[in-house]
Design a protein around this ligand. Structure first.
Ligand SMILES: [Zn+2]
Length: 114
């Protein structure tokens, strides 16, 4: 199951954060609303020893997420789609535009009878 990545907005002051916290760092309130984010812009990237890419992605609200990059190359300024692939992978995934044959695409369920 995949879906939008969720960031969290404070009900007290509107501060946006990721990941979720017990209390708002800006005002101390303890109630938040989930805000789905589906895209962002890469601000930094690094390649790990196993060849995989880790990227920082700026999203709406001024929050930067750390995500796994699903493409072959990452570049600062690149727009990416964001995807949460569930608990198996705790970090969000960043997909470059036009990324084909990702597991997310394969996992999408086709309507029955088609
Ligand atoms: Zn707050």
């Amino acid at each position: 199951m995949s879906g939008a990545v969720l960031i969290w907005q404070c009900r007290g002051c509107g501060h946006v954060m990721f990941p979720a916290r017990l209390g708002c760092p800006a005002c101390g309130a303890e109630t938040f609303d989930p805000v789905p984010v589906r895209e962002g812009t890469i601000t930094a990237h690094t390649r790990q020893r196993d060849g995989s890419l880790i990227v920082s992605v700026a999203v709406a609200g001024g929050v930067t997420l750390v995500a796994r990059h699903a493409g072959a190359d990452a570049a600062s300024g690149q727009r990416v789609r964001l995807e949460d692939r569930g608990g198996e992978h705790p970090a969000p995934w960043a997909l470059p535009p036009g990324a084909a044959a990702t597991s997310a695409a394969r996992d999408e369920k086709k309507p029955a009878g088609q």
